[in-house]
Design a protein around this ligand. Structure first.
Ligand code: GDP
Length: 306
């Protein structure tokens, strides 16, 4: 992912200086942390997350008496690495199983997965990508259903992606409303022996009460095992705000971050977990149906500190 390159370069600069020296003073560590702070803020990481991060690193650096160790610079880098993983993973998040992509489908079928998010975030694309993954890697029978009755051709768009990926889509019934479509999708899934039903809900340009109430009603009806919020990494700081609002009003179990292949500054990916308490589970890394990856906190931290 090109997204962390800028941040990664900045941090290398800071840490190269530290690791090249055989001894460090507390002032050196302070100075380095000031530079790390600016680098994180420039990468669009949310301010409260940056503050907590820096405080944690400083506390540990002092607690572990870094400046008296034989390799003080390396110790600082290790502390920063661990703090980054903690920021990305939160307490007790499991590393995603590469097969399952961190999505929970081990339940009595048909297992509903609800996709929510703003219009243009990549919801429909991600629905099909996730469906394809579950179909090919898990060998499960997947049904895709679009509940987007507002955007012209939204349902057709999902049908086209279904054809491309060889995944069944719920037949379109003109004039049917989202809750009724969701009900029909679940009925069809039970009758057709489907393992997983992916419900792609309507997005709006902005968060509004009507959208939230509708998504909440669908959620109440189908009781999904996963409610995945799709957000665009390019929206930067706004992505965090969007995630917080969706989590408050609808309740989400995971985040799919799209356009990680674009030139966003990475801050959304880095702050989302810490601000919302909801794990980033998946990343969209391109427009093709295969362009989906699990989000591995360890791997991401490693890449940033490369
Ligand atoms: P929706 O309105 O939320 O359903 O958004 P769409 O799924 O229609 O996606 C909008 C556009 O973003 C489409 O052109 C997608 O091909 C593109 N897109 C979605 N995910 C990604 C991604 O991870 N990377 C890139 N480069 N493009 C993406």
């Amino acid at each position: 992912e090109s997204m962390f390159e800028g941040l990664s370069g900045r941090l290398s600069g800071v840490f190269d200086k530290l690791t090249r020296r055989s001894s460090l003073t507390e002032a050196d560590v302070d100075e380095a942390m000031r530079e790390v702070r600016v680098a994180l803020l420039d990468a669009d990481v949310a301010l409260p997350v940056v503050k907590r991060f820096i405080a944690q690193v400083k506390e540990e650096a002092i607690g572990q008496q870094v400046i008296r160790s034989v390799t003080p610079g390396q110790m600082v880098v290790k502390i920063v690495h661990d703090a980054l993983v903690a920021m990305l993973a939160g307490d007790g998040d499991a590393e995603p199983d590469p097969m399952m992509l961190g999505i929970d489908i081990a339940h009595t079928p048909p297992v509903p997965i609800l996709m929510v998010g703003l219009q243009g975030s990549g919801k429909t694309t991600s629905s099909a990508k996730i469906g394809l993954r579950i179909k090919t890697r898990e060998r499960k029978k997947v049904l895709l259903a679009s509940l987007d009755v507002y955007r012209p051709a939204a349902q057709q768009q999902l049908a086209i992606l279904g054809e491309q990926t060889g995944i069944d889509t719920l037949p379109i019934v003109v004039g049917q409303m989202p809750v009724a479509i969701a009900e029909r999708a679940m009925k069809e899934a039970r009758a057709g022996g489907y393992d997983v039903v992916i419900l792609d809900t309507a997005g709006r340009l902005h968060i509004d009460e009507v959208l939230m109430a509708e998504v909440a009603a669908v959620r109440e009806l189908v009781r999904p095992h996963e409610t995945l919020l799709v957000t665009d990494a390019m929206t930067g700081q706004d992505a965090v705000t969007i995630a917080s609002e969706f989590n408050e009003k609808v309740g989400i179990t995971g985040i799919v971050l799209t356009r990680v292949d674009g030139d966003s500054r990475g801050g959304a990916a880095l702050s989302m977990r810490a601000v919302t308490g909801v794990p980033v589970k998946l990343m969209g890394i391109g427009e093709k149906m295969e362009d989906l990856d699990a989000f591995h906190p360890q791997r991401v931290a490693g890449r940033i500190l490369d």
